[in-house]
Design a protein around this ligand. Structure first.
Ligand SMILES: Cc1cc2nc3c(=O)[nH]c(=O)nc-3n(C[C@H](O)[C@H](O)[C@H](O)COP(=O)(O)OP(=O)(O)OC[C@H]3O[C@@H](n4cnc5c(N)ncnc54)[C@H](O)[C@@H]3O)c2cc1C
Length: 371
C-alpha cells in the first residue's frame, strides 16, 4: 500500500485520488477509481469534457488484429469486452445511444500477407473473414490488395463517450469534477499538484492524464505527432453503401490511408499516415488547406470530388521510445500516461485498470466496469 493511504467511507483501503486531465484516460480512471470505492478529484483546465482534448472527436476505431503479431493481438482482444461493459455502464447517461458500434474493421493487405494475418487470428481465437474489394467500390484500395475483415471490431463514439462518462461521474457521490482548473506543475516526490492562481491539491495517489500535455507536467521525454483529418459528407446516392461500410485501413493509392465511416449520424472521416508528422509543439500547424489537399488526393474514396468537405482538423498525440501506452510511475504516489499514442483511446481501459490495481496495492485482476 502506498504511503498516505487512509480509510474512506466504503472500505479500509479507500484513497483520495487526484486526476489531472479529463480526456478519455482521466474520465475512465475516475470511473474506475470510484467503482473501487476511492474518492476522486478530477481537474481539467477547460470544461469537462473539453473539446480541445485529443480524445474529443466524433469517433475512434477499436480493432484487435495486428497482422503477424499474435502477442499484440492477444493483448488487444479483451478490449472488445471492456468497451461493451463500459457501453452498458454509460449508455443510460446518454439515452438512445450505443457508444460502441461494432461495424467491423477492414484491412487491405498485399496478398502475400493474408496468410500471416489468418495465422495470427487463428492463434488468438479472433474471428476474421476474407472480404472482396469489389464489394466496396466507393473505397480506394491499393492495386491488387486483399481484404481482411475483423467483424467484431468497430467504432467508439468518442465525444459521446466523454459526455456520458462526465455525466455518470457528476451523479456519483465519490466524484468531484472541477473544470477550469489549470495544473501548472506536479511535484513527483510530494505528489503536490500546483494550480494556476490557487492552492495546491494533493491526494493519496495522483494520476497525470493530460494527454500529450502530460510529459511537460512531469518532465518525461516524448515525441509529438500531428495528423490532419478531413470530414466529408458523402453524396446522397451513396448513403446506403456508406451505412454498411466498416472502418477501413491500409487503403488509398499508397496503402497508408484509413477511414471511419459515417456511423450514427457522424461524418465520414479520412486521413493518411502520409500526413502524420513529428512536431516540436502542440500548437496549430496552420496551412489547413494544404494538408487537407494532401489527404483528399490520397485516393481514399472513389470520386472524392462528389463529397462535401465539412471540416478539417489537426490532432496531436505523443509517443515514447518503446511505444508503451500505459502509465509510468514518476514518484512514490504519482503516475502519468505521457504517451497515450495513436491507439490511446481504445487502450485507455487497460491502461487505467493496470494503474488502479497498482496504486491500490491490489493483486492483478480487474474490477468490472459495472454499476
Ligand atoms: C488523428 C488521430 C487519430 C486517432 N485515432 C485513434 C483511433 O482510431 N483509435 C484510438 O484508440 N486512438 C486514436 N487516436 C489516439 C487517441 O485519440 C489519444 O491517444 C487519446 O484520445 C488520448 O486521450 P487522453 O485522455 O490521454 O488525452 P486527452 O484526450 O488529450 O485529454 C487530456 C486532457 O487534459 C487536459 N489538460 C491538459 N493540460 C492540462 C493542464 N495543465 N491542467 C489541467 N488539464 C489539462 C486537457 O484539457 C484534456 O481535457 C488518434 C489520435 C489522432 C491524433
Amino acid at each position: 500500500m502506498i504511503e498516505g493511504t487512509r480509510q474512506g467511507d466504503r472500505g479500509r483501503d479507500a484513497l483520495r485520488v487526484v486526476v489531472v486531465g479529463a480526456g478519455v484516460t482521466g474520465l475512465l480512471a475516475a470511473i474506475r477509481c470510484v467503482l473501487a470505492g476511492h474518492r476522486v478529484v478530477l481537474l481539467d483546465r477547460g470544461p469537462i469534457p473539453h473539446p480541445g482534448s485529443t480524445s474529443f472527436d466524433q469517433h475512434r476505431a477499436l480493432r484487435a488484429l495486428v497482422a503477424g503479431d499474435a502477442a499484440a493481438t492477444s493483448r488487444a482482444a479483451p478490449l472488445h469486452r471492456r468497451w461493451r461493459e463500459l457501453d452498458s455502464l454509460l449508455r443510460d447517461h446518454l439515452p438512445g445511444a450505443r457508444l460502441y458500434r461494432r461495424v467491423g474493421v477492414l484491412t487491405a493487405l498485399p496478398p502475400g500477407e493474408v496468410a500471416s494475418a489468418a495465422a495470427t487470428a487463428e492463434a488468438t481465437g479472433l474471428p476474421i473473414r476474407i472480404a472482396d474489394p469489389a464489394g466496396y467500390p466507393h473505397i480506394g484500395f491499393p492495386a491488387g490488395s486483399a481484404l481482411v475483415l475483423e467483424p467484431h471490431a468497430g467504432v467508439l463514439l468518442a465525444d459521446r463517450i466523454l459526455a456520458a462518462a462526465a455525466r455518470w461521474l457528476r451523479h456519483h457521490p465519490l466524484a468531484d469534477l472541477r473544470p477550469g482548473r489549470e495544473v501548472v506543475g506536479v511535484l513527483p516526490d510530494s505528489g503536490r499538484v500546483l494550480l494556476a492562481g490557487g492552492p495546491a491539491e494533493s491526494g493519496d495517489a495522483v494520476l497525470v492524464t493530460a494527454g500529450p500535455w502530460s510529459a511537460a507536467l512531469v518532465g518525461l521525454p516524448v515525441t509529438l505527432h500531428c495528423q490532419t483529418m478531413v470530414y466529408l459528407r458523402p453524396p446522397a446516392e451513396l448513403a446506403h453503401s456508406w451505412a454498411v461500410t466498416p472502418v477501413a485501413g491500409g487503403i488509398g493509392a499508397g496503402g497508408q490511408a484509413w477511414l471511419l465511416p459515417p456511423v450514427a449520424g457522424t461524418l465520414l472521416k479520412i486521413s493518411t499516415d502520409a500526413v502524420r508528422r513529428e512536431v516540436p509543439t502542440l500548437s496549430d500547424p496552420g496551412d489547413q488547406a494544404g494538408w487537407a489537399a494532401r489527404v483528399l488526393s490520397a485516393g481514399v474514396v472513389s470520386e472524392v470530388d462528389r463529397y462535401g468537405v465539412v471540416a478539417v482538423r489537426h490532432c496531436h498525440y505523443a509517443t515514447a521510445a518503446g511505444g508503451d501506452t500505459g502509465f509510468v510511475r514518476v514518484g512514490p504516489a504519482v503516475w502519468a500516461r505521457p504517451a497515450s499514442g495513436g491507439d490511446g483511446f481504445r487502450t485507455a481501459p487497460q491502461a487505467v485498470d493496470a494503474v488502479v490495481d497498482e496504486f491500490a496495492g491490489r493483486a492483478a485482476g480487474a474490477v468490472a466496469m459495472a454499476p
